[in-house]
Design a binder for this molecule. Sequence first.
Ligand code: ZN
Length: 177
Amino acid sequence: MEGYKIREPEIVDLLLPDLQEEVININLVQKQTDAGEQSRFKAIVAIGNKDGYIGLGSGKARQVRIAIEKAALDARLNITPVRRGCGSWECGCGRPHSLPFQVRGKCGSVEVVLIPGPRGLGLVASEIGKIILSLAGIKDCWTRSYGSTRTVPSFAYAIFDALRKTYVVVTPQDWVR
Ligand SMILES: [Zn+2]
């Protein structure tokens, strides 16, 4: 499926029947309009099959439930394959339990670096990081983050951006293998 842009959420569910959903964040967004103050909820939802596919999406609505539904749909439209591997020099088992190499992701002021780790390490990450990485099917890796990492949406999108780059970045290790 690599190289194809998937558009229809229903097709995503058909191709990846084991998708799991996690609500990453819910914010109350208030906006001043002519009619007064308008408040809506903004939800961020991550989806993944724990086996190499991850999606992240956001949705806004007056009701929390609908904001979550919209975000889950958006996440399906943003689903992307994640290249996994054993990029840890300490490990070298060759199984896809981690990342094949180090990747960086960015969103706003937040920057995240995902570093391959040896088998059995687990996910050395914040709670949000653990949720997204495990949905993608990554079992062992280190994370480093910079910037205002407490901004949950930016942090989540930075991790998603890094995971996406596993299929974009070609590193010297790829040439050797
Ligand atoms: Zn390994």
